[in-house]
Design a protein around this ligand. Structure first.
Ligand SMILES: Nc1ncnc2c1ncn2[C@@H]1O[C@H](COP(=O)(O)OP(=O)(O)OP(=O)(O)O)[C@@H](O)[C@H]1O
Ligand SMILES: [Mg+2]
Length: 275
């Protein structure tokens, strides 16, 4: 089997250790993702989803355990050192782009982030055309506003731009933490379609955290359910397994016991036999 693109070994994360407000946000997370694999992650508020995203991106250093990207131990690498490998899109559209800079400058920065230093500052006509073409794909008319400040954009426009920026860094791992949460349903649908398109095009390993059970089932190859700092269910091809939206909610709110894929699927077969 190929080297996993992402591997978490017994990752633990404690906030405020030794204080009254000590929190064990991650309590032994094990995860191995192959190149190009797309997982969705669900779980109650406080389950540890964003904490997991943080330790993968380098925003937080685990209290113990190892994080490996493409076989390299990056546990102690700060986030900026992982920037060429990992791209992250947050729930807040205001994070991820610089409001005072123009759309074009934001895109140019993203393009540079994914490249070697020697290629920097080559603001050629070809590069301008590439950026323009990418923005035009959004169908939002932003290609005619490349010199507008990003702070002037709506939440949906800005999150769409952040997705395009993430794509320009050509990440090996793409982390999406409730990236549709602030968007109206139609815009969320459009950004979701863009997400699927970019992921397919880049072939990157993708982790998408969501509270939308339908998206969790429909998107990707594998569904992870987190509870109290652990992955308690790991279900391949959840959308095709007979699992329903209500079934996922039951898994989230049910017992915190770890079950294997096999026992879960056996349960599903008995409980939700095809009609
Ligand atoms: N910077 C921090 N300092 C202290 N505690 C934190 C910090 N970040 C998260 N926590 C705590 O860690 C636990 C896990 O939080 P996390 O944000 O990972 O949950 P989540 O699954 O992303 O939840 P949500 O669905 O609400 O986004 C929570 O109890 C939270 O209060
Ligand atoms: Mg979160």
């Amino acid at each position: 089997m190929a080297e996993p693109m992402l591997r978490l070994d017994d990752v633990r994360l404690v906030y405020n250790r030794g204080r009254v407000d000590e929190v064990h946000a991650l309590r032994g997370v094990e995860l191995s993702l192959q190149p190009g694999e797309f997982v969705t992650v669900v779980g109650s508020n406080g389950a540890g989803k964003s904490s997991a995203v943080q330790v993968i991106s380098g925003g937080a250093r685990p209290s113990s355990g190892r994080v490996r990207l493409n076989g390299v131990d990056v546990t102690n690498w700060p986030d900026y050192r992982r920037a060429g490998l990992v791209a992250r899109v947050f729930d807040d559209p205001r994070i991820g782009s610089a409001p005072e800079l123009s759309i074009e400058d934001n895109l140019a920065l993203a393009l540079d982030r994914g490249r070697r230093r020697t290629l920097r500052f080559a603001l050629s006509g070809a590069r301008r055309r590439l950026l323009r073409e990418r923005v035009a794909r959004l169908g939002l008319g932003l290609e005619d506003r490349l010199h507008d400040r990003v702070g002037l954009l709506s939440a949906g426009q800005r999150q769409s731009l952040t997705m395009i920026m993430a794509g320009l860094t050509a990440p090996r791992v793409l982390l999406l933490d409730e990236h549709l949460a602030a968007l109206d349903p139609a815009t969320a649908q459009r950004v979701l379609a863009l997400t699927a398109e970019l992921v397919t095009e880049m072939g990157c390993t993708t982790v998408m955290v969501t509270h939308n059970m339908d998206h969790a089932l429909r998107m990707g190859d594998r569904l992870l359910v987190m509870s109290r700092g652990r992955i308690i269910h790991d279900i391949p091809h959840a959308g095709k397994s007979g699992l329903t939206v209500a079934g996922v909610v039951d898994l989230i709110t049910g017992s915190g016991d770890v079950v294997s894929d096999r026992s879960l699927l056996a349960d599903l077969e008995t409980q939700e036999a095809p009609k």
